[in-house]
Design a protein around this ligand. Structure first.
Ligand SMILES: Cc1cc2nc3c(=O)[nH]c(=O)nc-3n(C[C@H](O)[C@H](O)[C@H](O)COP(=O)(O)OP(=O)(O)OC[C@H]3O[C@@H](n4cnc5c(N)ncnc54)[C@H](O)[C@@H]3O)c2cc1C
Length: 455
């Protein structure tokens, strides 16, 4: 049958394209289709203008646990392995090494850094180095210039700094997948999906397509479709918007700030832009749009459909809002988009902590950039969940991908392909995948598959 596929992937962001690449390179799937709502690869959160362009390793992300750091490091290393196999020309556009650190300002943050720099952390990241004012002055001079000499500053300097154009990485995945026979259809939103005898049928304005397995790699929309089909009613999405202020190039590398523990979205940092070396971006700011896509108010109704207006979700929301660190972030960020006062306070509260000498006339809010992190509210936990979520159903899966979803794209695709091939009994060249992208321990995944319950 012409329109019957082994796998249909909905969404050509970095998650969907990574899976299309992995599935077509390492599995024996004969027919794979990717459909994308818009006219190109990575139009939304995976586009380089809409995210922070950081390959996260977990070494300077002070809100991660050691376990989260270890998983993130393994995921990031797959991206390094993939890009190391590209031509120097292609690689140079996608990824580039950059200095990276987390900066602690004041006694309390210095103490936090001290604690974070634990033996476990040093074992996981032997190249992570604690540095003080003098070294900072040499390697990132604008973090010290003009600073009150009595202010304590220290930093953890990483040897794993990379900036990545995730949009171009997604493009690279899709080009390789296309060459291996994956079909891409653009301007083709999935408007409906329903189970059929052997898989699912998806409906689009360009026709209906059937597959043995369907994956929603649809970013903020994955939970929308999961709920539509009756899966995971205990999750809701808190859309966390992230915008960026732009300044001239004042930093040599990425300077992150210390982040409160347990909060899934990162503190504002400053870093050079991979697409424009003459500027520094400061962000992401934090907003809570009632929408599933930024700058698209038409997605408000869909957002409300991903939300459970029941007592456990309301309790979760209450807990989120009651968290003093989140309240502080909300209070500060509420004013940043405002004209005049917003810029003034952003400079005072955020930018000057990183670059004390930067002045008001040198920064501006770029209203056309920034994306949405679909943070997951888990009714069972009555709070936010860190990282990505996968909802597995009957021959269908939904990937919800807040940060560091772009870093984890290959890891997520490898996990998914092992799962799908096991489930559908399709051959997978695991040894080639391991040799090219690194070892993986997916005994736990296979156990899960064996214990897979049809919902
Ligand atoms: C401000 C900000 C900073 C971030 N910084 C980082 C960072 O530094 N490092 C990092 O690793 N991650 C970062 N992230 C997270 C990262 O950007 C995302 O996790 C990642 O881009 C998600 O990719 P995706 O393909 O799952 O989703 P998306 O890129 O959102 O792609 C989903 C795709 O699905 C398509 N789609 C949706 N619905 C349909 C439908 N019905 N039919 C067909 N297609 C559909 C969309 O059009 C879209 O192309 C950041 C995110 C934000 C917002």
């Amino acid at each position: 049958m012409d329109d019957y596929y082994d796998l249909i992937i909905i969404g050509a962001g970095i998650t969907g394209t990574a899976l299309s690449y992995i599935a077509s390179s390492y599995s024996a799937m004969a027919k794979i289709l990717v459909i994308e709502k818009y006219g190109k690869v990575a139009p939304l959160n995976s586009d380089s203008t809409n995210n922070s362009q950081t390959l996260h390793f977990g070494d300077i992300e002070t809100n991660y646990t050691l376990e989260e750091a270890s998983h993130t490091k393994a995921a990031a290393e797959r991206v390094i392995r993939y890009t190391s196999r590209l031509s120097a020309k292609e690689r140079g556009k996608i990824i580039s090494k950059v200095q990276k650190m987390v900066l602690g300002v004041g006694d309390a943050e210095a103490e936090r850094l001290e604690k974070i720099y634990s033996p476990g952390m040093r074992k996981l990241f032997p190249g992570l180095k604690k540095i003080g004012k003098m070294e900072l002055e040499k390697i990132e001079p604008n973090t010290i210039k003009g600073r009150d000499p009595s202010e304590k500053v220290s930093a953890l300097l990483s040897d794993k700094g990379y900036m990545v154009n995730f949009g171009l990485l997604a493009k690279s995945f899709s080009e390789r997948a296309s060459k291996s026979g994956v079909k891409f259809i653009f301007n083709c939103p999935c408007t409906d999906v329903h189970p059929i005898e052997d898989g699912h049928e998806i409906i689009t304005p360009k026709g209906s397509f059937k597959a043995r397995f369907v994956i929603f790699a649809s970013g903020t929309y994955s939970l929308y479709f999961a709920k539509y089909l009756g899966y995971d009613q205990n999750l809701s999405i808190l859309s966390v918007g992230g915008g960026f202020y732009i300044a001239p190039r004042v930093l040599r590398g990425k300077v992150y700030r210390v982040q409160a523990g347990g909060i899934p979205f990162a503190a504002i940092h400053g870093d050079p832009d991979i697409t424009n070396p003459r500027i520094t971006r400061f962000g992401p700011t934090v907003s809570f749009p009632i929408a599933l896509e930024v700058r698209k108010s038409g997605t408000a109704m869909d957002y409300l459909k991903t939300f459970d207006f029941d007592i456990p979700t309301m309790q979760s929301l209450f807990n989120i809002i009651s968290n003093k660190d989140i309240r502080r972030i909300m209070r500060k960020n509420a004013v940043y988009p405002l004209p005049l006062i917003g810029k003034h306070l952003f400079l005072k509260n955020e930018v000057s902590k990183i670059v004390p000498t930067l002045t008001l006339d040198k920064i501006h809010l770029d209203k056309n950039v920034g994306g949405i992190r679909p943070q997951i509210i888990d009714e069972n936990k009555r709070f936010l969940t860190t990282g990505a979520s996968k909802i597995r159903g009957n021959n269908i899966m939904f990937n919800i991908t807040p940060s560091p979803g772009a870093t984890s794209s290959l890891q997520s695709a490898m996990d998914d392909i092992v799962y799908i091939c096991s489930l559908l009994d399709i051959k997978l060249n695991e040894s080639k995948m391991r040799a090219e992208l690194g070892a993986m321990d997916y005994k736990h995944l296979k156990q899960k598959i064996n214990g897979h319950k049809q919902i």
